[in-house]
Design a protein around this ligand. Structure first.
Ligand code: NAG
Ligand code: NAG
Ligand code: NAG
Ligand code: NAG
Length: 427
């Protein structure tokens, strides 16, 4: 409005300026000063209005959050539910996630939802149930083969041997008495008489089936088949409520109940190796061995220096056969599990004092050549390596030679006869 007045004044003056005298109109200077005042006034008004708007906005936000808070506080529960006529309601809580249950008195049958849950949107699931009179046998009220009998006021059920309850809906406990604790089926423990599955629990290792029987869980069938989940290293035997691990002959079940540890038949004197034989313990059993020195031939002969070692007798050094014959032959028996991961060092050969300037290792003979390799491990020793997995049972033999040389001239050599007894088991 102010702006319009100023506009009119200025317009009048500008229009009349050339016609009227100057004193009739506001001077140019006066007009400008008025405009300036008006501008100032408007800016002030603008600032005040802006501030007012801001305050209003703030208040609205506070109000909104309050309303929201109030709404959630008051309405995180569902409307009150009443018990059906001639029935009961179990459960008082009406907050989100809670459940209530309905029951009818004897002679009435529940129609509608037996349970209702308070949902996120503050409504109840299902429908409000009611209790309908069961006054006659027409509705076939007797379950599990019960016979319905009517009298003047109401019906009753005559239940077959193993069922009880007003509608023959409950299995009779006595039928479970015949089942001992060693049985694979047991009676569930129920918190109330009603045969509702989620009110019943089973002993550990049992699982509720068909809502009324605790059936043993077959842990072996569930877990043993897969390598990742298997319970026992060998066999699993399912028993009521649990399982047992069993080990093959030659093993003992370990304290932790699923490991099988090898029995050392040799130290336990459980072997029947004959006199003169040596007992070698292997995984799952034992072997009887009789290390024998080679027969004398040409100018060389051997003598036993220990149960596992033969030494060459002194022989004429000018004889070629003597120079080529090994100085010693030793016997080594290695028990091994089936299918071991490779590469795997099985055996180390070494010389205590190095005569000459080098050692050379080689596989000279053996049926297991394809799966073995030898390599030098340091200045004084070499090792036998298993290079591919072997599935037992198997017996592999390999003969290794360690030669001592000085300026490429053979000074002497030692033979290692290695026998690997590979078990049929992987443990
Ligand atoms: C919110 O709660 C009130 C009473 O606390 C109730 O009357 C109203 O029906 C509820 N609203 C909803 C959507 O449940
Ligand atoms: C003893 O050895 C014989 C074979 O020489 C074998 O048949 C028998 O089962 C062995 N007995 C035991 C207790 O290992
Ligand atoms: C065995 O040794 C004798 C000397 O003691 C020698 O004369 C003979 O040639 C040797 N035999 C062989 C096959 O080296
Ligand atoms: C040997 O072991 C490997 C895993 O290390 C497995 O995949 C394979 O089936 C095993 N072989 C036998 C014959 O058990």
């Amino acid at each position: 409005m102010w702006l319009l007045v100023v506009q009119a004044l200025v317009a009048l003056c500008v229009l009349h300026l050339p016609l009227s005298s100057t004193q009739d109109c506001l001077s140019k200077h006066q007009v400008l000063s008025t405009i300036q005042q008006m501008q100032k006034l408007l800016s002030t008004q603008e600032a005040i209005q802006l501030q007012g708007m801001r305050n209003l906005k703030k208040q609205l936000t506070v109000l909104q959050s309050n309303v929201h808070k109030q709404a959630t506080k008051r309405n995180d529960s569902c409307p009150h539910l009443t018990a059906p006529l001639n029935g009961r309601k179990l459960g008082e809580k009406a907050t989100v996630g809670h459940e209530v249950h309905f029951l009818c008195e004897a002679g009435f049958r529940l129609v509608g939802s037996e349970s209702r849950t308070c949902l996120q949107d503050r409504t109840w699931s299902g429908q409000q149930p009611f209790c309908q009179t069961i006054s006659n046998c027409a509705s076939s009220p007797c379950a599990n083969g019960g016979t319905c009998v009517e009298d003047v006021r109401r019906f009753s059920c005559l239940c077959p041997g193993s069922w009880s309850g007003s509608n023959c809906q409950t299995p009779i406990s006595s039928s479970w008495v015949t089942l001992s604790t060693s049985s694979f089926s047991r009676q569930p423990r129920c918190t109330d008489a009603r045969p509702r599955s989620h009110h019943c629990t089973c002993d550990p290792g049992f699982q509720l089936r068909a809502g009324s029987v605790c059936q043993d869980v077959d842990e072996c069938q569930l877990f043993q088949a897969s390598w990742q989940t298997r319970l026992c290293v060998h066999d699993c035997v399912n028993v009521p409520g649990s399982y047992h691990c069993v080990c093959p002959q030659g093993y003992l079940l370990h304290a932790d109940q699923n490991m099988c540890t090898d029995v050392d038949e040799c130290t336990d004197n459980q072997h029947n190796c004959s006199h003169g034989e040596l007992c070698v313990n292997v995984f799952g059993g034992y072997r009887c061995v009789r290390p024998k020195c080679p027969q004398p031939r040409l100018n060389t002969s051997y003598v036993k220096t220990s149960v596992y070692q033969c030494e060459r007798n002194p022989c004429p050094m000018n004889s070629r056969a003597c120079r080529l014959a090994a100085n010693s032959i030793s016997f080594h028996y290695l028990p091994l599990q089936s299918n071991r991961t490779v590469p795997r060092v099985l055996f180390k050969m070494s010389t205590t004092h190095l005569v000459g300037d080098s050692l050379r290792f080689a596989i000279v003979d053996g049926r297991g050549q394809g799966v073995f390799a030898v390599q030098r491990s340091d200045r004084h020793s070499g090792e036998l390596i298993l290079t591919s997995p072997v599935v037992g049972p198997a017996t592999l033999e390999v003969e290794l030679e360690m030669s001592k040389l000085a300026r490429k001239v053979l000074l002497g050599k030692h033979i290692f006869r290695v026998t690997a007894f590979i078990s049929q088991y992987e443990f």
